[in-house]
Design a protein around this ligand. Structure first.
Ligand code: SF4
Length: 473
C-alpha cells in the first residue's frame, strides 16, 4: 500500500465531512471500550498481567536474534520452511515464488497486518493467484476495493446498511440489513473457496521460540479453515512477534482479548506446530513461514524500540479521540491510531509520517489502555522533536513556538497580552463563546466551543484575592 500519510490533513477533512463514518466507528469502538472496561473490572490481576506482558516482550526484544534463531530451528525441525524478508519488496518476491513453485491458483487469506504492510495480495495476483479474503471484515473491504481501517475490525468504517448495499451490488444478493443474514451470505460464498484453495495465508499473533509454534488468536473460524484445509499454509509475520516460550503465552491470552474486544478469551486460539504428521487427521502438507523485517531491526536499535512490544490489540485506536473522529483511512497507511502514528513515520520515513505524530493532543489515554505499557504519547512527542531536528517543521510553526516561548519567559508581556485578549473577546464573543476564529484557527471553532475568556485575567484575579503576584510566590 502506497503511504499517503503526508495528506493526513486533507484525508481528515474528508473524513470529518462524512457523518456515516463517525457513526459506524463510534458504534464499534464504543462497544469495544464498554466491554473492555467490564472485562478488566472483573479481572483484578489485569495490572499485574500488563507488567508481566511488558516484561516478556521486553526480554524477547533484548535477545531477539537468539529467540528468532531458536524459533527458526524449532519450526524447521517440525517440517516448516522459514523465509526471512529484509523489506516489503523481498517479501512480495518470496511469496510470489512460493505460490509459483507450489502451483497455487487460489488462496484463502485470513487477516494479517504484516501481509497488508508488504502488499502481499498484489504480489500473489501478479503471480496468477486469486486471493480471497476470508475474515468477514476483510471480505467486505475486498469487495469495496478499500484497505482496512482498523487493525482488528477492518470494516469498522462501514455501516451495516452500506455492507448490505455492497453485497447487493457486488454479489447480486437481495438487500438485508440483518447482520446474521449478512454473515450467512459471506459464509456461503467463502465455504466453496476454502474447499478448493491450494493455499491458506495467515498472520501470527505470536511465534513461540521454544516450540516453533505459530499462535493465532481469532474470533472467526476462517483462521482454522484456512490453515488446516488447504495443502499449503503460508504464515506472514513481523519478526517482533516472537516470544521466548509457549509457557509465556497465557499472559498474552489474558491481555489481548480483554484489551481488544473486552472478551475474556477469544473464540479460537490455535497453536499450529509444524506440518501434518502421518498420525494427524488434518493440517497442511507444506508450511512456509515468511518473517518480515521491513525496518524493524532499525527500530529495535533506536529509541523507539518499545513500539515493537505492540500486540496489535487495537485498544489505543478505540480510545483515541482523533481516531474516533477521522477513522483509519485518514492515517494513509496500514497502521492507524496512536500505534500507527508511531510506526508509520518509523517505517515509511518521517517526511511521510510526521503529520501523524502531530495529530494527537497527547491526552495519554492510549498509554493508559496499552496492555504492554508502551509509552505512546512520549514517543509521539519525541517524533515531533526529531521532525524539528531534521528540519521538517514548517517555518511558520517554528516561529510561532519561538514567539510562544519568548512570551512565556516574560510574565509581564503575558499579562499584558491576557488583558488585550480579555478586552477583545468582550467585543467579539456571543452568548459566552467566541463564535469563530480567523484563518487556520477556524478549525478550532468549527468543531469545538471556545468559551470567552474572563474579562479579568487570571493573574489579576489572583492578585486581588491574594495580594501577590503568582510568579513571586
Ligand atoms: S500500542 Fe498497545 S494499545 Fe495500541 S495496539 Fe499496540 S498493544 Fe494495543
Amino acid at each position: 500500500m502506497e503511504p499517503r500519510s503526508r495528506s493526513f490533513h486533507r484525508n481528515s477533512e474528508k473524513a470529518l465531512a462524512n457523518p456515516a463514518l463517525q457513526s459506524a466507528i463510534s458504534r464499534t469502538t464504543g462497544k469495544f471500550l464498554g466491554q473492555r472496561a467490564d472485562a478488566i473490572a472483573e479481572f483484578p490481576g489485569f495490572e499485574a498481567a500488563r507488567d508481566e506482558g511488558s516484561r516478556i516482550k521486553g526480554e524477547a526484544l533484548d535477545h531477539l536474534d537468539r529467540h528468532l534463531a531458536r524459533f527458526i530451528a524449532e519450526a524447521e525441525k517440525r517440517g516448516a520452511v522459514v523465509h526471512v524478508a529484509r523489506d516489503d519488496a523481498e517479501a512480495r518476491e518470496i511469496a510470489a515464488g512460493i505460490a509459483t513453485r507450489e502451483g497455487i491458483a487460489l488462496a484463502v487469506k485470513s487477516k494479517s497486518m504484516a501481509a497488508e504492510e508488504v502488499d502481499l495480495n498484489t504480489a500473489l495476483e501478479g503471480a496468477g493467484v486469486e486471493v480471497v479474503e476470508s475474515d468477514l471484515g476483510e471480505f467486505i473491504i475486498q469487495l469495496a476495493g478499500e484497505p482496512p481501517s482498523h487493525i482488528i475490525a477492518p470494516a469498522v468504517h462501514k455501516t451495516r446498511e452500506e455492507v448490505s448495499r455492497l453485497f447487493q451490488e457486488k454479489l447480486g444478493e437481495p438487500y438485508t440489513d440483518q447482520i446474521p443474514e449478512l454473515v450467512r451470505i459471506a459464509r456461503r460464498r467463502l465455504r466453496e473457496k476454502f474447499l478448493s484453495a491450494g493455499m491458506g495465508i495467515s498472520g501470527a499473533n505470536f511465534l513461540c521460540a521454544d516450540t516453533g509454534s505459530v499462535v493465532l488468536v481469532t474470533n472467526e473460524g476462517n483462521g482454522r479453515m484456512g490453515t488446516i484445509l488447504p495443502r499449503v499454509h503460508l504464515v506472514v509475520a513481523g519478526i517482533e512477534k516472537v516470544i521466548p516460550a509457549l509457557s509465556d503465552l497465557p499472559v498474552f491470552l489474558r491481555l489481548l482479548p480483554r484489551s481488544a474486544t473486552g472478551q475474556v478469551i477469544s473464540t479460537y486460539v490455535s497453536v499450529l506446530t509444524g506440518v501434518k504428521r502421518p498420525e494427524d487427521a488434518e493440517g497442511p502438507e507444506k508450511l512456509h513461514i515468511l518473517l518480515v523485517d521491513n525496518g524493524r531491526t532499525g527500530i529495535l536499535q533506536g529509541k523507539y524500540r518499545e513500539i515493537l512490544k505492540c500486540i496489535r490489540c487495537g485498544a489505543c485506536l478505540n480510545i483515541c479521540p482523533v481516531y474516533q473522529s477521522v477513522g483509519g483511512h485518514a492515517y494513509g497507511w496500514v497502521y492507524p491510531g496512536p500505534m500507527g502514528s508511531v510506526l508509520t513515520p518509523l517505517q515509511t520515513g518521517l517526511s511521510q509520517g510526521a503529520p501523524l505524530a502531530n495529530a494527537s493532543t497527547l491526552c495519554g489515554a492510549c498509554a493508559d489502555v496499552c496492555p504492554v505499557k508502551i509509552p505512546l504519547p512520549d514517543m509521539l512527542l519525541e517524533l515531533r522533536g526529531d521532525e524539528r531536528e531534521q528540519g521538517l517543521k514548517a517555518p511558520a510553526e517554528l516561529l510561532g513556538v519561538k514567539a510562544y516561548a519568548a512570551v512565556m519567559r516574560r510574565a509581564g508581556i503575558l499579562e499584558a497580552l491576557e488583558r488585550i485578549a480579555g478586552v477583545l473577546s468582550q467585543l467579539f464573543f456571543k452568548e459566552g463563546k467566541v463564535p469563530w476564529l480567523p484563518f487556520k484557527l477556524s478549525g478550532w471553532t468549527d468543531r469545538r466551543d471556545f468559551p470567552a475568556p474572563s474579562p479579568q485575567p487570571f493573574r489579576k484575579l489572583w492578585k486581588k484575592q491574594r495580594g501577590i503576584r503568582p510568579w513571586n510566590r
